[in-house]
Design a protein around this ligand. Structure first.
Ligand SMILES: CC(C)(COP(=O)(O)OP(=O)(O)OC[C@H]1O[C@@H](n2cnc3c(N)ncnc32)[C@H](O)[C@@H]1OP(=O)(O)O)[C@@H](O)C(=O)NCCC(=O)NCCS
Length: 186
């Protein structure tokens, strides 16, 4: 295993009673599936438990927890409440794709989302061979300035066709609007 992957395993950050952890095994899969099924995850469809476990295992995950609240799920008691996530799809060497950035609506507007994104940037910034971190968002008003400010990202596809770089996509079968034309989520 390369040293970056090892160095980020089980990394944690604490602020007041909140915790961010890269330990994907702490994420309660059923709670995350419920979040995926909600309107807040407008860019995703609900996925099965096995598919969710596989995607968490194969990603660099940042789970957000309220350590002042314990919860009980069908299978286990958790010492803290799962309230957010961000997921990096990465080879742990050259490429990072940031997705599924979410903070529970009851906890939004308190700085947790900004802290989460800063933790990602702090983690990936030292990667010696990283060529690109990227993400897609359709929220030009709020999310674009958010990532420009906190992750120092630049919009790549503002120039006219034929100039600069373009972000291209093909919607797969798991996309909410698979088979439909258009560059947005729907
Ligand atoms: C985006 C999100 C993670 C921010 O979390 P948060 O804990 O509310 O973030 P903070 O309290 O640190 O800061 C809020 C900032 O996020 C910005 N923001 C970025 N994207 C936003 C969004 N989709 N919805 C609301 N606020 C958003 C706000 O404009 C605000 O900026 P400001 O500090 O300049 O006023 C949260 O709003 C969320 O989970 N939204 C639903 C899921 C979503 O849309 N995720 C995709 C983001 S690309």
């Amino acid at each position: 295993m390369n040293s970056f992957r090892l160095s980020v395993q089980g990394k944690t950050w604490r602020k007041d009673n909140y915790l961010i952890s890269t330990d994907h095994t702490s994420i309660p899969v059923a709670d995350l599936i419920n979040a995926f099924a909600s309107d807040e995850f407008y860019w995703a469809n609900e996925i099965s438990t096995d598919a969710m476990k596989e995607t968490l295992e194969n990603s660099l995950c940042f789970g957000v927890y309220d350590t002042a609240v314990s919860t009980q799920t069908e299978s286990a008691r958790h010492a803290s409440k799962f309230i957010g996530i961000a997921r990096c799809v990465t080879d742990f060497v050259t490429f990072v794709y940031v997705t599924d950035v979410w903070v529970d609506s009851g906890y939004q507007g308190q700085g947790l989302g900004s802290w989460l994104v800063k933790c990602i940037q702090e983690t990936i910034e030292p990667m010696p061979y990283l060529r690109r971190s990227m993400l897609f968002t359709g929220d030009w008003e709020r999310s674009v300035p958010f990532y420009e400010k906190l992750m120092d990202m630049k919009v790549m596809n503002e120039p006219q066709r034929g100039q600069g770089l373009a972000l291209l996509e093909r919607k797969g079968r798991g996309h909410p609007s698979y088979g439909h034309e258009g560059g947005g989520y729907n």
